[in-house]
Design a protein around this ligand. Structure first.
Ligand code: ATP
Length: 235
């Protein structure tokens, strides 16, 4: 018996006004697995995540979570059902403290437990609980945004460009964190500019090009022979 995917986009079309940005996109994320979504700027990666989490309605096709059609359900409802979308650009409340941000993200009714979990994953956050999120460094804000993927206890996490604009040492921390998610058996759909590092932690990969799926296969397959140059390399 095959388990339903944690997430499936089925023949999705999406557009901004009259501009079509996703054409017949089908992709799925197996339960407890890591799926990479890569492709050049403007290919439609962010739009795919927005359609998946319900921030944007597709003009055609379906979104399924655990085999259930959620195309018409709101982002809030999908979040309650165990989906966590960490958007590009650090979705934190700048005027709230680190502690308050964590408590807003949390599903546990125990504030103490929430804070302990976050501090164990990102010790730096534990040291800055009373600081306003807007005064954190970019890397710390990204850690705070990512900690939702822990304290909200999701089954499915969508992460958009978590390493964008971060110093290399913080990028390492981000990828370590993504690996711990993988060990927790969370299903993860990951978009990141570092294609090699993303593929290294992924089971399955999709390459999106101009709104269409150009590659659908093993992440490792993209690292063999001339596949990387063909699908991802410049030129
Ligand atoms: P990036 O890495 O640059 O974010 P992406 O692969 O995530 O790229 P999207 O952000 O999904 O791509 O954008 C896909 C296309 O849709 C691009 O051509 C972009 O210019 C266009 N687009 C994105 N947002 C809007 C918007 N709000 N209004 C109009 N066009 C948009």
């Amino acid at each position: 018996t095959s388990e339903a995917p944690a997430l499936e986009l089925r023949n999705v079309n999406a557009s901004y006004g009259t501009t079509t940005v996703l054409r017949d996109v089908s992709l799925s994320v197996a339960p407890g697995s890591v799926t990479a979504l890569i492709g050049p700027n403007g290919a439609g990666k962010t739009t795919s995540l927005r359609v998946a989490s319900g921030l944007m309605r597709p003009t055609g096709g379906q979104v399924l979570v655990d085999g259930v059609d959620v195309t018409r359900s709101s982002a809030a409802r999908r979040a309650k059902g165990g989906m966590c979308h960490v958007p590009e650009g650090r979705g934190v409340y700048r005027n709230l403290t680190v502690r308050e941000n964590l408590l807003m993200q949390a599903t546990s009714s125990s504030p103490k437990e929430t804070i302990e979990i976050a501090a164990s994953v990102f010790p730096r956050l534990g040291e800055r609980l009373t600081q306003k999120a807007g005064t954190l460094s970019g890397g710390e804000q990204q850690m705070l945004a990512l900690s939702a993927a822990y304290v909200a206890n999701p089954k499915l996490v969508l992460v958009d460009e978590p390493s964008l604009g971060l110093a290399p040492i913080i990028v390492d921390l981000v990828f370590d964190f993504l690996k711990t998610l993988r060990e927790k058996n969370v299903a993860l759909l990951l978009v990141d500019q570092y294609a090699l590092r993303t593929l290294a932690i992924a089971d399955h990969a999709y390459v999106l090009r101009r709104g269409e799926i150009a590659y659908d296969g093993d992440a490792a397959g993209l690292l063999q022979g001339n596949m990387f140059e063909k699908y991802i390399g410049e030129g």
